[in-house]
Write a protein that binds this ligand. Structure first.
Ligand SMILES: [Zn+2]
Length: 137
């Protein structure tokens, strides 16, 4: 009985992140459909997304969701590229701007100028947008 319970938990943990990416891909496909209709083309060869590290998108899960959801559609041959944007902060003490690598600890990383660790403002890292598309003919 307890083993069955553990399996149940594993399924839920694996399922939730995929749902996040799946709803993202559903929105993306809607946007792409509108875009090819507007341009009068049949499909796209490449879609490049730029995604801030705070959006917390898993490249593997995004890829899986895109492959599954574009199968047998006009985007079956479209290549999806994901570029992760690093976290860029402005210091809460002296307003110096810096890039923090070690996410999520990065939100509290000491300012390289004055050493302040709290109150940093997020300048970049929350965005998610389509940076580039290439049409297929
Ligand atoms: Zn500072």
């Amino acid at each position: 009985m307890s083993e069955a319970g553990i399996i149940g938990i594993q399924v839920v943990l694996a399922y939730l992140p995929v749902m996040h990416e799946a709803s993202l891909v559903a929105s993306l496909l809607d946007i792409l459909r509108a875009e090819i209709a507007r341009r009068g083309v049949r499909s796209l060869s490449l879609v490049r997304l730029r995604c801030g590290v705070l959006v917390n998108v898993s490249p593997q899960a995004l890829d899986m969701a895109f492959t599954a959801m574009s199968r047998d559609t006009e985007f079956a041959a479209t290549r999806l590229q994901l570029i992760t944007e690093p976290l860029r902060l402005a210091c809460g003490g002296c307003s110096a701007e810096f890039t923090a690598e070690d996410f999520p600890a990065a939100l509290l990383s000491p300012c390289p100028e004055c050493g302040e660790e709290i109150g940093h403002k997020v300048l970049a890292g929350r965005e998610l947008y389509i940076e580039h598309i290439e049409t297929a003919d």
